[in-house]
Design a protein around this ligand. Structure first.
Ligand code: FE2
Length: 374
C-alpha cells in the first residue's frame, strides 16, 4: 500500500497574508461565447465588461460572478496578440489565479525578495470609486498569480470595467467559493513548486500522496497539497509517475502543451441540488461504476444525505478524521482534455477525497482510452 500523510501546518506567523482568491482569469478563443456558456450551464451572472467600447482596443474581458466565485474570460482581438498566442498553444485555459491581499506593493516586493519572478510590477488603477493596486508573479508553466489590493476601492470590480449591458437571465446553482485549484506540473518538478509556495508565499504542506497511494493498474501520479497561512488558499500540485500506460497528467501536459491548472474545485452547501441543476443544464460528469455505491457506506460510515440521489447523480463520498466530504468531477470543459471542475461539499472533512482516487482515476482512464490517449 502507498502512503498518504496528513500533516497539520505549524502554527507560525503568517509571513504572506492572503485574504482569499480574488478572481480566476481564463484566456479563451471567444470570450463572448464563453461568457454565455458559463452563464447557461453554471448559472454565473455576467456582471461587467471591458473592451473596445470602454477604451481597451486589443482585448475583451467579461467578469462573471456567483456568490464569492469570480471569473474573468478574456480574448484577444488580433492574431499577433500575446493572448492569441497563449490560446493557440494551450487552448482555453487558466492564465491567472489572482490572490487578494491588503497591500499589493508590499506583497509583491516580499515575493520578489524571496525568489519569485515578476509577471508585472505594481500598477495603480483609478476611477471615481477609488483605486486598485495590482502586481503579478509567475508560477508553473505560463500561469501567474496577480496580487490584488482593493482596500481603497468601492466600485463594481476594478477600474476599467463597466456593468454588463446585455440582457438574459442568470440562475445560480448554489456555487459559493473556490475551494482549491490544482496544478499539473511536469515530471520531477513537483517538489520545486512545493518549495516555491513554501519559500515565496509562506505556504505549508498539508498532505502528500505518493505514486503507490494514487495508482491504478495503468497509471500513477504523485501529489502534494500546499495551503496558505489562514487555509483559504489550497493548491494541490500533481506530477506524473511512471505507470504501464500514459497517465492522465501526461495527457493533460501533452494537450495543454505544458504545466497548467488542471481543475478548480467550487464549493456548495447542497451538492445534490447543485449537481442536479448542473446535470440538467448539460454539464457532463465523470461516472464511477455503480458498484462503488455497494460499499461506500461501509467505507465512510453514516452520512446525513439519502444515498439514492447520491448514487443517481454519481456523487462520491470520502471521510477523514474531522468529517466527510461529497464531491464530483466534470468532464473537461474544452475539446482538449485539459481543465475540468470539481463540485465539493465539505461536512467537516478538510482533505481532498483520497479514498475516491482509485475509482475516480479508473473512470478518467476510461475516458482517456475513448480519446485514444491511454
Ligand atoms: Fe480537487
Amino acid at each position: 500500500m502507498g502512503t498518504a500523510t496528513l500533516t497539520a501546518p505549524e502554527q507560525v506567523t503568517d509571513t504572506f497574508p492572503i485574504n482569499g482568491t480574488d478572481f480566476i482569469e481564463f484566456y479563451v478563443g471567444n470570450a463572448k461565447q464563453a461568457a454565455h456558456f458559463y452563464r447557461s450551464l453554471f448559472g454565473y451572472e455576467i456582471v461587467a465588461y471591458r473592451g473596445p467600447e470602454t477604451g481597451v482596443r486589443d482585448k475583451a474581458t467579461y467578469l462573471l460572478q456567483q456568490d464569492k466565485v469570480r471569473i474573468l474570460l478574456t480574448t484577444a482581438l488580433r492574431p499577433d496578440h500575446e493572448i492569441a498566442r497563449h490560446v493557440d498553444k494551450h487552448g482555453d485555459g487558466v492564465k491567472d489565479i489572482a490572490l487578494w491581499v491588503d497591500d499589493a506593493r508590499r506583497a509583491y516586493s516580499l515575493a520578489i525578495e524571496r525568489g519569485a519572478t515578476s509577471a508585472g510590477e505594481p500598477r495603480v488603477l483609478e476611477d471615481d470609486h477609488g483605486e486598485v493596486v495590482i502586481a503579478g508573479i509567475r508560477t508553473y508553466g505560463e500561469t501567474i498569480h496577480s496580487l490584488v489590493e482593493r482596500r481603497n476601492y468601492n466600485g463594481l470590480f476594478m477600474p476599467g470595467f463597466v456593468p454588463f449591458a446585455g440582457r438574459g437571465k442568470s440562475e445560480g446553482v448554489g456555487l459559493k467559493y473556490i475551494d482549491h485549484c490544482v496544478g499539473n506540473v511536469e515530471l520531477g518538478a513537483m517538489n520545486k513548486w512545493v518549495q516555491y509556495y513554501a519559500q515565496v508565499l509562506g505556504f505549508a504542506q498539508l498532505i502528500s500522496f505518493d505514486d503507490k497511494a494514487i495508482s491504478t493498474e495503468y497509471s500513477a501520479l504523485m501529489s502534494k497539497v500546499m495551503a496558505n497561512g489562514n487555509g483559504r488558499i489550497k493548491f494541490p500540485l500533481n506530477e506524473p509517475a511512471k505507470g504501464k500506460k500514459k497517465s492522465q497528467i501526461d495527457e493533460y501536459l501533452e494537450f495543454y502543451q505544458g504545466p497548467g491548472c488542471q481543475h478548480i474545485a467550487l464549493a456548495t452547501d447542497d451538492i445534490i441540488s447543485t449537481v442536479t441543476q448542473l446535470r440538467d443544464r448539460g454539464v457532463e460528469f465523470l461516472r464511477v461504476p455503480a458498484t462503488y455505491y455497494d460499499t461506500v457506506i461501509d467505507r465512510v460510515g453514516k452520512i446525513e444525505e439519502d444515498l439514492a440521489p447520491i448514487r443517481d447523480l454519481g456523487i462520491l463520498v470520502d471521510r477523514d478524521e474531522e468529517g466527510y466530504l461529497l464531491q464530483i468531477f466534470t468532464k473537461p470543459m474544452e475539446d482538449r482534455p485539459t481543465l475540468f471542475y470539481e463540485i465539493i461539499q465539505r461536512k467537516g472533512a478538510k482533505s481532498f477525497g483520497a479514498g475516491n482516487f482509485k475509482a475516480l482515476f479508473e473512470a478518467l482512464e476510461r475516458e482517456q482510452d475513448l480519446r485514444g490517449n491511454l
